[in-house]
Design a protein around this ligand. Structure first.
Ligand code: URA
Length: 254
């Protein structure tokens, strides 16, 4: 840990007397939050320090894609079960990565982890409409009526109202489901609300990112282009979130 003003000087932002007013004026952020105290302690390796929005120093944004197997909980620590952090290779440990949303213990597939708090919040915010695509095996067979109920925005058994979503029947007992939010057990509860208990669930896509040939249990860092397209998915680069659930436009108000 070191003082914020010292770090700013060492990064070439100016002399101590020049950087102090910049900090006090609120032009410096640490992990997205304005810090106005020049003596605040920061850890430049693990924190993103920006002067007028521009990152300084050694912080490097990392986004990791993991193909989660069943049996691991989405948490940074747990007293009972192995966590998704246990699956990261040693080179990706201790880098302040946090899971982007969560997959249930039994759910498999695509889970992102990042050290960028802003990106994390954008990806999980229902307002940003980033689609998450799931493959489900379930009891019963989904019908056009079920798909229409998903498009309308389902009401769960406990009264929770879901945003419009897409249900595509793939055959008896198999469906693809696309949702733009991450409520607790969301897909399982949506399917249950239509009388179809989910017996297997895998997330295959998040925004423009798909699992590809990443093996179950393995993790890899995304390249700059992939991170950029994720940002586009959140509407950050174009300025507005794209209407992703085509076919649900009217209900979504586009
Ligand atoms: N919906 C669920 O029900 N479970 C998950 O893990 C993800 C989405």
């Amino acid at each position: 840990m070191e003082r914020l003003d010292k770090f700013l000087c060492d990064s070439g932002a100016g002399t101590r007397s020049q950087v102090k007013p910049l900090v006090k004026a609120g032009r410096v952020t640490v992990d997205g939050a304005v810090v106005k105290d020049p003596a605040a302690k920061v850890c430049p390796e693990n924190q993103r320090i920006c002067l007028e929005g521009q990152p300084l120093g050694g912080w490097r944004r990392l986004v990791v894609m993991l193909n989660k197997p069943a049996g691991y909980v989405t948490a940074t620590r747990d007293d009972q079960d192995p966590t998704v952090m246990d699956l990261l290779p040693p080179a990706l440990k201790g880098l302040d990565l946090k899971p982007v949303g969560r997959l249930d213990k039994a759910t498999e597939g695509l889970l992102l982890l990042t050290n960028d708090g802003d990106l994390l919040h954008s990806l999980i915010s229902p307002k940003k409409q980033v689609p998450k695509v799931y493959y489900a095996r379930h009891e019963g067979t989904a019908t056009e009526e079920d798909a229409a109920a998903f498009r309308q925005g389902l009401v769960l058994r406990d009264g929770t109202v879901c945003l419009p979503a897409r249900l595509e029947p793939l055959g008896p007992g198999e469906s693809q489901i696309t949702v733009c939010e991450g409520k607790y057990h969301q897909v399982r509860r949506m399917m249950a609300a239509r009388g179809m208990r989910v017996t297997y669930l895998e997330r295959r896509q998040e925004g423009s990112l798909a699992l590809g040939d990443l093996l179950r249990g393995e993790a890899r860092c995304l390249c700059v282009e992939e991170i950029r397209s994720l940002e586009e998915d959140t509407g950050k680069l174009s300025g507005s979130a794209p209407p992703i659930l085509a076919g649900c436009e009217q209900t979504l108000g586009y």
